[in-house]
Design a protein around this ligand. Sequence first.
Ligand code: AMP
Length: 143
Amino acid sequence: MAEAAYDTDNIFAKILRGEIPSHRVYEDEAVVAFMDVMPQGPGHTLVVPKAPSRNLLDADPATLGALFTVVQKVAVAVKKAFDADGLTLMQFNEPASGQTVYHLHVHVLPRFDGVPLKPHTGQMEKPEVLAENAGKIRAALAG
Ligand code: AMP
């Protein structure tokens, strides 16, 4: 089945344009990272390329190189910031997979021995908790 076209009014496009707020932890010319508002665990971060694509399937390969360079950088910082035992990366493509926002992004999730993930797109986290967690990741990226 053919996929739908990229929608320039998806929520991450609005975040990238600064039209709605986010707790940003990283930005360069090609990629932004910010806190997931419905985290599946503390420190759940989204890494998002600025170039528009619906998901992995229609992305420019050059975008993927820049994206995964930052995914690694953010993953190392998130693991350090939360003293995590491990990390899970997730990336969904099309509704059948569980994708809910149609602008390519990679989930970075710190993991702790024996602690399961909370449900995908579950409960909204308090802004003050997201701000505090973003501060920890920014500090780890700087240090
Ligand atoms: P996916 O199912 O991979 O498309 O996941 C989209 C993710 O975006 C989910 O984990 C949501 O919790 C998250 N999300 C939705 N709206 C926002 C927002 N305004 N700011 C940050 N994260 C969001």
